[in-house]
Write a protein that binds this ligand. Structure first.
Ligand code: NDP
Length: 487
């Protein structure tokens, strides 16, 4: 048998790669090397879930003073200091990165390489440092990256990687897109006091999620001051002073908030990415924003890695094609996480990494389980979801829909119009809850727990015989007696 430098070489030190490496090394005794070209922790820890959630927290404090006044407190709203927050955030990310590199990886006996790795053949990687290393198994866990739309000057816009390190917050921003990242950052930046406009090309934001929930979130976002335009796509982008001839007087044919920021910026020298940008839309709208943020999707990191040369087949959009065990077309090479573009969520990448270790290093073939994955979109209000949408379930079988939307006690008391939504999609035949959708403050926390019952195959009657916790919002999930629709 060939003598390899390592039993496993992992490319990418994000959530999935780190978990697989440290469990293989720490719990099965495998000799493991890992290369990371950027920062340990990857998208989730450094430029995704973690800093995003901290920004969600930061953005929610702005409304506290006025809410507290409604409850009898005398409290005035202060101002938000981006530099203070951002300095603290960068320190926290440094701390987390060192936990990934030192505690989790080195502490488990993984040898780390701060370098870019390319495949040379099915058992060999070459590093940007010039080192060449062999391994019995190679795990590709290189994640994904944000992509801008294919229009001229798109690089004038920011992407999610740029947001956490902004030197200062823009006064106005255009967010392009209607997915997770677009909607979450529209709410975050709005909460931090930025004048937010959002353009989405489709009819309703959050495509693929439950229709009723999408509608409620879109209404809530607009009610909170986000200038949301659906059916609107960006067709042209440029510096404000590089107007194509003929744009003339139509330049600021946009709402007052947009006009103001355009007027403030007009005629100044334009910095590169992140500076004021003129945008023209498919609907004929033209406006200037202090910044444009493209949240228009992500692509797998597979370019220039030697994958195809080594025989690894790529699928749609350049994602690594894998089987249910995360094995690629080359038996010694596996891939997990966003680079495979299956379900692009951190906990899923971690599960795929664990299943890989179980399969390859414990001799127990274990497919990654992609059924009934609960997830949350951290909009304001939050959205927690597990299982099928009403629309998906209806395609599949006869269903009953149990749904309630109401003004929760805490904010109704102070006259806020906020509404929440609790919805169960139930199979008529088996009575199993096929989907649960919650739009409410804290919905991410709620769906984690509801997700256990749904994953276990709970029926509507199981929910019904669970006693309500009173008074809470979540109690409605066990007190809905009559279906609002069936079919
Ligand atoms: P999404 O795929 O969710 O959304 C991309 C959005 O951009 C869609 O609204 C899409 O429109 C639009 N879009 C795509 N291309 C263009 C274009 N050329 N011009 C205009 N609009 C365009 O991607 P995200 O980047 O928001 O998120 C990536 C993934 O990251 C998510 O799918 C999710 O798995 C994960 N994620 C999870 C989070 C969480 O769990 N809370 C948070 C953030 C990310 P259309 O709908 O018409 O295709």
């Amino acid at each position: 048998m060939a003598d390899f430098d390592y039993d496993l070489f992992v490319i990418g030190g994000g959530s999935g790669g780190t978990r697989a490496a440290r469990v293989a090394a720490g719990e099965t005794g495998a000799r493991v090397g890992l290369a990371e070209e950027s920062r340990y922790g990857g998208t989730c820890v450094i430029r995704g879930c973690v800093p995003k959630k901290l920004m969600v927290f930061a953005s929610e404090y702005g409304g506290i003073a006025s809410d507290a006044q409604g409850y009898g407190w005398s409290m005035e709203r202060g101002s938000f200091d981006w530099q203070a927050f951002s300095g603290h955030l960068q320190k926290e990310l440094d701390r987390l990165e060192s936990i990934y590199r030192d505690t989790l990886l080195k502490g488990s006996g993984v040898t780390t390489y701060d370098a870019r790795a390319r495949l040379r053949d099915p058992h060999t990687v070459e590093l940007s440092t010039g080192e060449v290393l062999s391994a019995k198994h190679i795990l590709v866990a290189t994640g994904g990256r944000p992509v801008r739309p294919d229009i001229p000057n798109a690089d004038l816009g920011l992407v999610s990687d740029d947001i956490f390190g902004l030197p200062e917050l823009p006064k106005s921003i255009l967010i392009v897109g209607g997915g997770y990242i677009a909607c979450e950052f529209a709410c975050i930046l709005n909460g931090l006091g930025v004048d937010v406009t959002q353009y989405y090309r489709g009819a309703q934001i959050l495509r693929g999620f439950d229709e009723e929930a999408r509608g409620l979130i879109a209404d809530a976002m607009s009610a909170r001051g986000i200038d949301l335009h659906t059916g609107t796509d960006v067709i042209e982008i440029g510096h404000p002073d590089d107007r194509p001839s003929g744009a003339g007087t139509n330049m600021y044919a946009a709402p007052a908030s947009e006009r103001q920021s355009g007027a403030e910026q007009g005629g100044q020298a334009r910095p590169d990415r992140g500076g004021p940008v003129r945008v023209k839309t498919s609907t004929g709208r033209e406006a200037v924003f202090d910044a444009v943020f493209f949240a228009t999707g992500r692509a797998p990191n597979t370019a220039d890695m030697g994958l195809e040369e080594a025989g690894v087949k790529l699928g749609r959009g350049g994602a690594v094609a894998v089987d249910k065990y995360s094995q690629t077309s080359v038996p010694s090479i596996y891939a997990i996480g966003d680079v495979t573009n299956r379900v692009n969520l951190t906990p899923v990448a971690i599960r795929e990494g664990m299943a890989f270790v179980e399969t390859v290093f414990r001799g127990n073939p274990t497919p990654a389980d992609h059924e009934m994955i609960p997830s949350a979109v951290f909009t304001q209000p939050e959205f927690g979801t597990v299982g099928l949408t009403e629309e998906q379930a209806m395609e599949q079988e006869e269903i009953e829909v149990y749904c309630t939307s109401f003004r929760p006690m805490q904010t109704a008391f102070i006259g806020r119009p906020d509404r929440v939504l609790m919805k169960l999609v139930v199979s008529k035949e088996t009575r199993r809850v096929l989907g649960c959708h919650i739009v409410a403050p804290g919905a991410g926390e709620m769906i984690q727990l509801a997700g256990i019952a749904v994953k276990m195959g709970a029926t509507k009657e199981d929910f019904d015989r669970t006693v309500a916790v009173h008074p809470t919002m979540a109690e409605e999930i066990v007190t809905m007696r009559k279906p609002v629709r069936s079919g």
